[in-house]
Ligand binder design. Structure first.
Ligand code: PRX
Length: 652
């Protein structure tokens, strides 16, 4: 890991917005008492939230904390799919669970009863092809209803799902399948994206060439294009569920049994399989969903416009909303297809009341202009949310004005794949909002700001964001790598303190202002990417000897990727090769990881022990004055690289 830069807090933002009165009057969380209650009795607070779920056996203890290991609702038993589906069948069988809209304009409306039946049929089919409790099932799909159906079917029979974002390439899919030793892959022939077909099955076929543990691939027919089906291995979803029963006995799971693995980028090494469990996770996501989004399930139409391939979709499209009996929107495609008002047309059509999206999307909407939202009646909206990266105050104000009509509170929610649930956020009926600040920790959450030596820093200064106390939806380990769990998250400040990897500033009111990552993880369009993975993809190319990847701020995507590459001795570098390298990364990891700029250089700046000094490269990429170069073994190279980087910036 490169040395973390000193964290500076430069942004000064003074606007404050009180919760609108009408909102406050009807809010579920409507008084400060909730913070005090959780503070006074943490276990009691979470136990009362857990009681909203259906347990086949009640827990005997709420929390067991042997730092850094944690367990919640010990001895409790439940099934997540029963809680998301069966539990609602008596009371709200005909309520719509998902209004689904495909990119080409096709529609499906799925009630809780229908979702239950479809999940049961597929769960029976999975059992029939040999999937058992504890097995791992990889899912690689676009945003179609069969994606949550597949996840819930796994949850029903106690298999762990590992959803791999449909925008990832074959190589990335292969690595994730192999790390989890998945036995079944669920995919689709293709998916629609901006009018084109994403060839999911074709990428899956490539991945499966190197994934020996997969016995079967189940393929959903979505786009209808020709795909190759390997006899014996590949099975069509619609054939598989034919004749299956709409009832399927659910596995009785222990509260601490695993629910899923979701891969995310870390600072070093291959992607980490973040492992989430059952009782605590469902308690955490359903509670935060209900209180932060102020869910009134009889009337709300909730839209988390993320992809289920990321944790946001797991927690706030699938598990939180379904546990709360919510009606959600699910949209397959791009926000600018067929035109740049697609999202606003959907808001109008379904009367969406709550919209949750990412700053990178909001900045794109800003760039496209307010005439697109203006063309639609969006008066149904009453609450807005933001997630994935710090939202700049300008984007916040634009969202507030042009999407929320200056009446909808905005909840800027900070959390991570690892945390499973939102941890720093306003409660919209209570919290005074500050554009650009995620405001305060959720009830019961103890967040702190520490300096290098682990001392709390005073208000106004920057530091490391840490969490000092467990919460129910936190991940329990890294799949197959418990030592990495301890080392990466719980060693810097001791086993009781969770290191988030983010920098933060706390203001005089105690409100938190997130400052971005402080390690080698980048955040491009709200998606976490590791420098290491992209470097490995570059070095995989036959022309490349060595590479170092950093990021620099970008007005559209938050951060943009810049790669410094040294070529092998006999290779001549030119524009064509640079283009080839960019495509190589796209092919290996996915288009989101394609470097914005590549700088070919003779050498990379290194310490005398041979460590690449990414901090310097980051300064170079950002056109900043260089810090201390006295520890460099090859100081002259920095000058050369700086010249090249400024030439590249001028060309843009
Ligand atoms: O840097 C923080 C940023 O996204 C990281 C987590 O990424 P991931 O695990 O992919 O999960 C994203 C969705 C939960 C964090 O370490 N981040 C997320 N939300 C915010 C944020 N940064 C600032 N403000 C936020 N609201």
């Amino acid at each position: 890991m490169s040395e973390p830069p000193k964290i500076l807090a430069l942004l000064h933002e003074h606007r404050v917005i009180d919760p609108p009165e009408e909102f406050q009057r009807n809010a579920i969380a409507d008084s400060e008492d909730i913070y005090e209650e959780a503070e006074a009795d943490l276990e009691g607070f979470w136990a009362s939230q857990a009681e909203r779920l259906h347990w086949s056996q009640r827990w005997t203890r709420v929390l067991e904390w042997n730092p850094p290991w944690v367990k919640w609702f010990i001895g409790g038993r439940l099934n997540v799919s029963v809680n998301c589906l069966d539990r609602h069948l008596d009371s709200i069988p005909d309520r719509v669970a998902y209004y689904w809209e495909g990119e080409p304009g096709d529609e499906r409306r799925i009630t809780y009863r229908e979702l239950h039946d479809e999940v049961c049929r597929f769960a029976n089919a999975l059992r029939r092809i040999g999937v058992r409790r504890g097995d791992r099932v990889a899912i690689y799909m676009g945003m179609i209803p069969e994606l949550p159906i597949a996840m819930l079917a796994c949850a029903r029979i106690g298999a762990l799902h590992s959803v791999v974002f449909g925008g990832f390439a074959a190589e990335a899919l292969k690595d994730r399948i192999n790390d989890a030793s998945a036995e079944v892959l669920i995919t689709a022939d293709g998916g629609w994206r901006r009018g084109d077909i994403v060839p999911l099955k074709q990428s899956a076929d490539e991945a499966l060439e190197g994934s020996p543990t997969i016995r079967h691939a189940v393929v959903v027919r979505r786009t209808g294009q020709d795909v190759s089906m390997q006899s014996g291995r590949d099975l069509w979803y619609h054939e598989l569920i034919e004749g299956e029963d709409t009832e399927c006995p659910a596995e009785d799971m222990d509260s601490e049994d695993p629910l899923y693995v979701l891969y995310t980028s870390g600072t070093t090494g291959k992607p980490k399989g973040i492992l989430h469990t059952t009782g605590g996770y469902l308690t955490g996501v359903s509670t935060t969903h209900r209180l932060i989004f102020d869910i009134h399930p009889e009337t709300d139409v909730f839209w988390c416009a993320a992809d289920i391939g990321w944790v946001t979709g797991h927690s706030y499209i699938v598990y939180g909303p379904l546990a709360n009996g919510t009606t959600s929107i699910m949209y397959e495609g791009a926000p600018n297809f067929p035109d740049k008002d697609r999202l606003w047309a959907i808001v109008e059509k379904y009367g969406v009341t709550i919209l949750y999206t990412a700053p990178t999307a909001i900045r794109a909407f800003m760039k496209w202009g307010e005439r697109y939202p203006k063309a639609h009646d969006m008066s149904s909206l009453r609450l807005l949310g933001s997630v994935g990266e710090p939202i700049n105050p300008e984007a916040w104000m634009w969202y507030w004005t042009h999407i929320g009509g200056e009446r909808c509170p905005i909840v800027d929610t900070w959390w991570q794949t690892e945390t499973g649930m939102i941890l720093i956020t306003p409660l919209p009926g209570i919290t005074r909002l500050k554009p650009g600040s995620a405001t305060r920790p959720f009830p019961g959450i103890q967040a702190d700001v520490l300096d290098e030596s682990g001392n709390p820093v005073p208000p106004g200064a920057g530091g490391y964001l840490v969490l000092r106390r467990p919460w129910p939806a936190q991940f329990r380990t890294i799949y197959g790598a418990p030592e990495r769990y301890v080392e990466q998250y719980f060693s810097r400040f001791g086993p009781e303190i969770y290191l988030t990897g983010d920098g933060v500033k706390r203001d005089d009111d105690g409100d938190f202002w997130l400052l971005g990552r402080i390690d080698d993880v980048m955040n491009v369009s709200g998606h976490r990417l590791s420098t290491y993975e992209i470097e490995s993809a570059l070095v995989d190319h036959t022309a490349v000897a060595e590479s170092a990847v950093v990021s620099r701020p970008d007005p559209a995507t938050g951060e943009a990727i810049v790669a410094f590459v040294t070529l092998k001795a006999d290779v001549e570098g030119d524009e064509a090769l640079i283009g080839e390298l960019r495509e190589h990364v796209a092919k290996m990891i996915g288009k989101i990881a394609r470097p914005h700029g590549i700088i070919l250089t003779e050498d990379l700046p290194k310490t005398r022990s041979g460590k690449i000094m990414r901090r310097l490269l980051r300064d170079v990429a950002r056109g900043q004055a260089l810090g201390d170069v006295s520890t460099l073994a090859n100081a002259e190279i920095v000058k050369e690289i700086s010249t090249m980087a400024s030439e590249m910036a001028e060309e843009e």
